[in-house]
Design a protein. Sequence first.
Lengths: 240, 240
Amino acid sequence: MPNPTAAMLVIGDEILSGRTRDTNTHFLAGELTRHGIALAEARVVPDDHAVIVAAVNALRASHDTVFTSGGIGPTHDDITADAIAAAFGVRISKRADAMALLDAHYQRSGMEFNDARQRMARIPDGAALIDNPISIAPGFTLGNVHVMAGVPTIFQAMVASVLPTLTGGAPLLSQTLRVDRGEGEVAGPFGVLAAEFPDLSMGSYPFTQNGAFGTNLVIRGTDPSRLHAAMTRLASLFPA
Amino acid sequence: MPNPTAAMLVIGDEILSGRTRDTNTHFLAGELTRHGIALAEARVVPDDHAVIVAAVNALRASHDTVFTSGGIGPTHDDITADAIAAAFGVRISKRADAMALLDAHYQRSGMEFNDARQRMARIPDGAALIDNPISIAPGFTLGNVHVMAGVPTIFQAMVASVLPTLTGGAPLLSQTLRVDRGEGEVAGPFGVLAAEFPDLSMGSYPFTQNGAFGTNLVIRGTDPSRLHAAMTRLASLFPA
């Protein structure tokens, strides 16, 4: 059985304007790979209700799991929760469980639980909360969509609490052979090898170091014995 | 007239597996913003012919300009040029102009212009070449799609040669006010201000520094006088 697939949806004008560099996709990619889930697509969209709704519906229909990051804070530009509710056609309101969590948090810290902060308790009907150990305001899971914060430390904590609940496949393993030759020189035999192992994925990534060309040859797959067999053949093609 | 829009399509298994961090989208975002083109969407897709074709066709239909990065090297997993040709329904072959460029380059450097390297001369019919001052193998422009290398230095050089050919709008300006208060405290008045200036885009980005909460309030727009007016009002709402 092929590994389950996931998609990542990054929401936020600040990524598309170049103000902020998205680091959540790269973090999620590594975590999913270790968990045996293939990240099959990532998208970045602006803070635009209709665009978010369309992207969520496209991605949740074509992948087993969808992760979103961004747009669940207290300000007017945080519109993700409402867009997710619209995508699923469900109601959204300040929910008692989320209100209780936030109320207790702001009482403890002596800050006012004002209207803006209460917006973070708006959760679509039928969603399960995702724990936020850092700043309490929860994410949520609705259907196969996990809605998480954009702040990297909070995003990472939420991934850590969601990932164990997902069924993964065999972890995607990868091995790399570094050769001191240009990509164009290794491409022929490497392509022949790739054709011999259609169950593995092979990629080549050129680099330059101290003015010399080199290539990292990467083989990926879920079966350790097949990976070993291919790496052995690869090493014999390009002896050190 | 609203600014023209662009989309970015990052192609490569290595990004989705978490092996490589995509830096091209962030670079492009900043360049486009300065050039007055709005980056409206970014996607990352795997080295999969059908997926690339579908993404290219979706993005070129909905945006003024599309940029792609990755998959134009000499190895078997470099399938971008063929996918672009398929997306446009045109033929692809080793083109004389690209062959001449590469042949001269490999003669100069004393390297064999072998079959794998000749793959990099495969250019769809009707495309215009994009100069690659670093490793010569060209990118190309077909319709509104600019196909560029994934290696960041080459990607950046190709963006530098393509960008002056594109009609931009007024540059998107942005100003930031840093306030020493949490996002939930500034959200109310900030949202009211945003509603007063519907022609500007306002976003808030929380941070913690030395254990204290703060928020960067960012206002973006193309009209300097409107931006100045909004920033003046913002500074009066949150005096230092």
